[in-house]
Every structure is written in structure tokens, then in C-alpha cells.
Design a protein around this ligand. Structure first.
Ligand code: CA
Length: 430
């Protein structure tokens, strides 16, 4: 499934794309929306430490006909319409961008004027997110959190049969860096009645976000054979969570205000095409049930997973003042998810529910299998019982004012160019 755009020997005339560890080499080419202060919003492609402004690039050179339609939509700032194009057209544009940005391209001179330094850009939401659904595919997260509440049966009986999810709130999704206000909510302590107060057990959740390309009509379903084409690309997603509000409100219908106050995503959408070299088989542990037929396909078994290394970093206000950088709290891998993205698409639409271009899925918290690999503070602090000690000596069970949470992700394997996601960054206010 890989093509010439993944060639590890490719380099770009944007020299910073070759910096070791750079998230945006020419093999990546993720899409985002930005503006420079005082300027209009534009869609762009990240390359090295710069952005190729597609509004300017659409007319700066004569593009190959196959790429022209996509560029017309992107140049007109219509990301959702571009996302809905057939995969073959999106792939054509990727090939054209790869050709235009590679070393020796005849378009270097003309496109050089279309570059904007990322340091000058204010990132915006990449597309209109009509609907947002949060899933629960991290089995190690579900098990660890389940143990806190139900030591004898941490996983509920449906977990290995149904991709569990709930409808989230799209209006409060922002790209990082985001300032997140500590929410008010109903808190229920030992007293007979709950009280309204500021959440004290404020947490993050490390997730992958998945954007839908082409959706489906109401009443139709997207089958497993069609589901990969219904995915546009991925980002990082922080599902901020107020655990004390959640504990009181979540039964019987699931989380509500404990999640809807804020969600932070990383600004760049890494396309499914860029992720082709990092697809891995979907497997089930021995003894676990195999998915029902509508959640199964040969392609999914062969390459339904995605090998993405995930990290959470934390910097307290005191660390920032002392000039200390963020410290890494954990690492996990998206390949450990219990359900694949294609299965989430097929399951979401099996009842005829319609998805739209630009809709966003959250994967659920991606924790690793071992202690210390929890994708939330709830896990890392064992439900608030075991505080973490940070390099500056301070301790954390949950987030405090001024804490900055940074999520990072990258794909790396022998025989492929390393690509990264940038970061989803958010700071707690109050
Ligand atoms: Ca979540």
C-alpha cells in the first residue's frame, strides 16, 4: 500500500524537513488550518518548521489536473469538501505535493513565497466538526479503571463484543495550545447531599482522534470493506475529565458535564495515506471472542491497526518558572487498542446512523499494558491514592492550576521515514 511518497530517500528543498526527529518530513504532509496575525485563515500543509499556504500555492504554479480539484477546494478554505473527495483524488494531491516539495522540484522558487514559519502561525480547528463521538477502545485503561470500581470484574461483559462509545460534545473542541478553565460541577462527598463546586479531581485522557472523510446517508451503513476509505486522518486528542463530577453523574447514561467542558486536539491531521507504512495486523489475545461478522474483514485482520507511539508530558507552573522542561509521564502504543478505527466506523453506522465529513471520533484512553503506562492521572495515581513525584519535588494526584499537559505521538519503524503528529498542548487555569 505504500507508494513513492513514502520513499525513505526523499528529501525536501525545505531544509528543516530533514532535521532529525522532525515530525513533518516530506513523507508526512499533514493538513491544518492557520492564520498569521492580521491575515485571513488558510489551509496549509506542514513541511519541516514551515507551512505551505495552500491558498497561495493553489495559484502560484500550474498543478497537474489530478490535483487541481482538491487544491481548488483547499485554496478556497473548504477542508470538509476536500475531506469528502474520493480517496484516489486525495492520493493524487498527496503525490503532487510530494513532487512539488521535493529536492530538485522546478517549483521551488514559486512555492518558496507560499511558505509561512510555523512559529508565526496561529493554528485553528482544521475543519468543521459536525459531531464528535468518544469510544473506549483502550482495554488496559478499561481494565485498570474498572478495577478501581469493581475489583472482581473490571471489564463489563459487553466490552469484548461491542465497541463502547458515547456521543461527545463538538462545540468545546479546540486545537492546542488551549487554556482550560477548571469546571464547576456537582460534587458528592460523604455528606448526604451533593454540592456545586470547582472540580478537584481534574484529569486528562490520552487519545487518538480520527476524522471522517466520506460519511453515509441516514439509513445506510458503512461496511468493513468501505470503512478504511471513510477515514481521512488522525490527530492527538486530550479528553479532559473531571473525575469527581464524573463519579457522581455517570450512572446510568455515562459521562456528561465531566467531559464536555473542553477537548483539545493537535492542529495537524496526519492522513491515512501518510500512515500506510505503519499499519499492523489486528489480533485478539488467545481465548478472547472474535468480532461478529459485521466487525470483521480480511483487510482489517491484515492491517487494521496503526503503530503509533504515544506520550504524555507534564510541566507544572513551578517547573516553568524554574526553566525546567516538561517531564514525560508515560508512553503507550495505539496498536494495543482493542478495536480498530474501521470497526468503530462500521459499528457506529450499523444502525443506519449517518456520519458526515469532518466528524471526529475519539479512540478512548490509550494506556499500555504495564503499571506506569496509564493514559490518565486516574490510572497513574491509582485513583488518587498514590501521588506521582515530579522532578521539582512536587507531587500530583490530579491536575493543579498552571499545569501544562502535552501529548505527543510519532510513528517509527525500520524501512520507513519517521513521521510525527506535533503536539496537543493545554494548560489548566484556576
Ligand atoms: Ca475518553
Amino acid at each position: 500500500m505504500t507508494d513513492m511518497t513514502h520513499d525513505t530517500t526523499l528529501t525536501s528543498w525545505v531544509a528543516s524537513a530533514q532535521t532529525p526527529g522532525c515530525d513533518f518530513p516530506i513523507q508526512n504532509l499533514p493538513f491544518g488550518r492557520f492564520r498569521v496575525p492580521g491575515g485571513p485563515e488558510s489551509l496549509g500543509v506542514a513541511i519541516g518548521d514551515a507551512i505551505l499556504d495552500l491558498r497561495a500555492a493553489a495559484t502560484a504554479i500550474t498543478w497537474h489536473t489530478d490535483a487541481q480539484w482538491g487544491l481548488t477546494l483547499l485554496g478556497a478554505n473548504d477542508m470538509n469538501a476536500f475531506m469528502a473527495l474520493p480517496k484516489i483524488m486525495r492520493r493524487s494531491l498527496r503525490e503532487e505535493l510530494s513532487l512539488a516539495l521535493r529536492t530538485g522540484s522546478p517549483h521551488e522558487h514559486a512555492l518558496h513565497t507560499c511558505l509561512v514559519p510555523q512559529s508565526q502561525a496561529q493554528m485553528q480547528l482544521p475543519c468543521h466538526i459536525g459531531d464528535y463521538t468518544d469510544f473506549y477502545t483502550g482495554i488496559h485503561h478499561a481494565t485498570t479503571v474498572g478495577k478501581l470500581f469493581r475489583p472482581d470484574s473490571p471489564l463489563l461483559p459487553n466490552y469484548k463484543w461491542v465497541p463502547i462509545g458515547y456521543h461527545g460534545r463538538g462545540s468545546s473542541i479546540r486545537v492546542g495550545p488551549q487554556s482550560v478553565k477548571r469546571p464547576l460541577g456537582q460534587l458528592k462527598g460523604d455528606a448526604a447531599s451533593p454540592e456545586l463546586g470547582l472540580a478537584r479531581r481534574l484529569d486528562y485522557e490520552l487519545e487518538i482522534g480520527a476524522f471522517i472523510s466520506q460519511g453515509n446517508e441516514l439509513g445506510d451503513s458503512i461496511t468493513m470493506d468501505q470503512a478504511e476509505d471513510a477515514l481521512f486522518g488522525l490527530c492527538l486528542l486530550n479528553d479532559w475529565s473531571a473525575r469527581d463530577v464524573q463519579a457522581w453523574e455517570y450512572q446510568p447514561l455515562g459521562p456528561f458535564l465531566s467531559k464536555s467542558f473542553a477537548t483539545t486536539i493537535s492542529p495537524w491531521i496526519v492522513t491515512m495515506e501518510a500512515l500506510d507504512p505503519f499499519r499492523v495486523p489486528f489480533t485478539r489475545p488467545e481465548g478472547d471472542p472474535q468480532p461478529l461478522a459485521y466487525l470483521d474483514s480480511p483487510i482489517n485482520r491484515e492491517r487494521g491497526g496503526v503503530d503509533i507511539q504515544l506520550e504524555v508530558w507534564l510541566q507544572t507552573a513551578a517547573m516553568r518558572q524554574a526553566g525546567q522542561p516538561e517531564v514525560r509521564l508515560m508512553r503507550s502504543n495505539f496498536r494495543d487498542a482493542y478495536w480498530t478505527l474501521a470497526q468503530l466506523v462500521a459499528h457506529h453506522t450499523i444502525n443506519g446512523c449517518n456520519l458526515g465529513s469532518g466528524d471526529l471520533f475519539g479512540s478512548g484512553t490509550q494506556s499500555g499494558p504495564n503499571p506506569g503506562e496509564g493514559g490518565s492521572l486516574l490510572e497513574l495515581s491509582h485513583g488518587g491514592q498514590a501521588p506521582l513525584t515530579l522532578p521539582d519535588g512536587s507531587r500530583r494526584t490530579f491536575l493543579e492550576a498552571g499545569d501544562t499537559v502535552v501529548m505527543r505521538a510519532f510513528c517509527e519503524r525500520t524501512g520507513a521515514a519517521r513521521i510525527g503528529f506535533g503536539e496537543a498542548r493545554g494548560t489548566i487555569v484556576g
